[in-house]
Design a protein around this ligand. Structure first.
Ligand SMILES: Cc1cc2nc3c(=O)[nH]c(=O)nc-3n(C[C@H](O)[C@H](O)[C@H](O)COP(=O)(O)OP(=O)(O)OC[C@H]3O[C@@H](n4cnc5c(N)ncnc54)[C@H](O)[C@@H]3O)c2cc1C
Length: 510
């Protein structure tokens, strides 16, 4: 039987492994770290369980990505509950530069919020966004195989489009076609600046770029997260990966921790094994790398295909500056929503993209009141992140440690100042404050240079597909549909079902 090695226990890799194992394949996941989840892991530190990167979990509604994953992997229940705080709670609250806050409700209350916050321009924009997302959602969920990489996949895609249009040919409107080639900003012409800032902030966390650059089709779907529903994972976001690890094992596969793959061994152009930092050799004829392309290029060495060999450092995209804070419960306003995006006055919408992250937009999540084992008695765990360019951190780290430390302190101060708009006096109420730079992220996830969030979604036609070389595949947020736990899980479904014999079978199976 074919032997499959999965490198990395991120959500994308574990989803792929659990499906393949369930189909009876011989699957082993090798993970460098001591726990699974990568960017969506939950780590233990001084009595706290902090979400390392991702905090907001979507896609668990009936028929949604995580429901598809559950059915494909045999998971009976995800450890989820509706997001506590509120009735029902907003998915998140966006704090605008002018000082006011706009909750993002998934239910009918959103219309009134859009009207009150942005007037008729807001109503028009979100009417387009929701209409476009509705048109695409079903199509994309049933066909995550983008971009097609073989004739079979192209034929399958064409058949899928024909069936989709057969159901209602009006779906293919000229506006929808145009949106495949233009940015979200095409729908914001003449809109008030605060609406742009709001949309830019939301796109930055969901498409990794702002409205002037985010593709309109991708952007409309990415902005739909609140409407599709956000859940809380008991124990933290890492519970997704924990559940998947149990599914891999229950389905007969293996997950082995503390095994960093250092080389993929090839014979006559085909993979035959991987070597790890423990000196172990694991035979394999199929390798699935839950890694960014730069990491995979290094493991493949001379055998890397041209597309990997010609890569130069992470060209586009982001690192993350993180702050993990333990805060006294009494300092947290009663009934506070769990997720917040703070947009500071310095975030210049529509200007240089580089000015939009860097502590000027901050995402902040806190653990629910009273959640067991997440924080010492009377405290709650807070995870904060901001997008940051990689290069300055690495240059300082390698050549000017004092400069690196000073920059870290400056970012920490900026992030805490932003946090005070959500939790006043957060600094005074903290018993633990721990910053992390892209260097930290690289250390814990091994991702090249701490590059996170995948490729900014500016162009649908430049997306990476999963098939890299004979017997070598890539999963995770570097391939379409990109970043988020739900998106990488969908990418995993695609890869597993393709390996199992084509998406046609996969579609009927789930
Ligand atoms: C700061 C931040 C905030 C985010 N917020 C959200 C959010 O709120 N909601 C959301 O849905 N998404 C969010 N995301 C995105 C989401 O976390 C990621 O897109 C997703 O988790 C990536 O999954 P992946 O499958 O690509 O694997 P990764 O998370 O990249 O995991 C890869 C795994 O491979 C392991 N590994 C690497 N190299 C090796 C090797 N050589 N040998 C063995 N193992 C190896 C790593 O240790 C890691 O466990 C956020 C990301 C970040 C960074």
């Amino acid at each position: 039987m074919s032997k499959i090695i999965l490198i990395g226990a991120g959500v994308g890799g574990l989803t792929t492994a659990a499906i393949l194992a369930r189909a009876g394949m011989d699957v082993t996941v090798l993970e460098a770290h001591i726990y699974p989840g990568g960017c969506a892991g939950t780590f233990y530190h001084q009595g706290y369980r902090f979400d390392a990167g991702a905090t907001l979990a979507g896609g668990f509604y009936p028929g949604g990505p995580m429901d598809i994953v559950a059915r494909a992997t045999g998971i009976e229940n995800w450890p989820i509950s509706p997001t506590p705080a509120g009735d029902p709670a907003p998915a998140m609250v966006v704090h605008l530069p002018e000082g006011d806050a706009v909750p993002r409700f998934g239910d009918a209350r959103r219309h009134a919020e859009h009207r009150a916050a942005f007037g008729s321009a807001g109503e028009r924009f979100f009417a387009w966004q929701e209409h476009t997302a509705d048109a695409l959602w079903d199509f994309a969920l049933r066909n995550p195989a983008w971009p097609p990489q073989t004739l079979t996949e192209t034929a399958h895609l064409m058949g899928h489009i024909t069936r989709w249009l057969g159901a209602d040919v009006r779906r293919l409107s000229p506006a929808l076609l145009a949106d495949a080639f233009r940015p979200v900003a095409a729908h914001l012409r003449g809109a008030p600046e605060r609406l742009r800032q709001f949309v830019d902030g939301q796109l930055l966390i969901s498409a990794q770029t702002t409205s002037e650059r985010a593709n309109a089709l991708y952007g409309a779907s990415a902005l739909d997260l609140p409407r599709r529903g956000v859940v809380h994972l008991t124990g933290g976001i890492g519970a997704i990966a924990d559940t998947l690890v149990r599914a891999v094992r229950a389905n007969g596969g293996q997950v082995i921790f503390r095994q960093e793959v250092t080389e993929i061994v090839f014979e006559r152009g085909k993979p035959v094994a991987v070597k790890t930092n423990k000196g172990q050799v694991f035979p394999a004829d199929t390798i699935i790398a839950n890694l960014p392309p730069w990491n995979l290029a290094r493991l493949m060495g001379e055998q890397a295909p041209r597309v990997l060999k010609t890569l130069v450092g992470p060209p586009e995209g982001w690192g993350a500056f993180m702050v993990y804070v333990g805060v006294a419960e009494e300092a947290i306003p009663k009934g506070l929503a769990l997720h917040h995006q703070v947009i500071e006055p310095g975030a210049q919408s529509g200007k240089l993209l580089s000015e939009y992250g860097e502590g000027r937009t901050v995402f902040l999540s806190l653990t629910p009141e009273g959640e067991k084992n997440r924080a010492p008695e009377g405290f709650r765990a807070v995870t904060m992140s901001t997008h940051t360019a990689l290069e300055p951190w690495w240059t300082l780290y390698q050549h000017d440690r004092a400069g690196y430390d000073a920059r870290k302190q400056a970012y920490l101060d900026r992030m805490l100042a932003a946090a005070e708009r959500v939790i006043p006096h957060v600094r005074a109420a903290a018993n633990l404050i721990m910053p992390g730079t892209p260097i930290t992220f690289q250390r814990f996830t091994r991702r090249e240079a701490g590059w996170v969030g995948g490729v900014p979604q500016t162009n649908l036609f430049r997306a990476w597909g999963p098939r890299l070389a004979p017997g070598v595949w890539m999963v995770g947020d570097s391939i379409f549909p990109g970043q988020s736990t739900a998106a990488v899980a969908l990418g995993g479904v695609r890869v597993a079902t393709t390996i199992l014999g084509g998406e046609k079978r996969a579609e009927t199976r789930y």
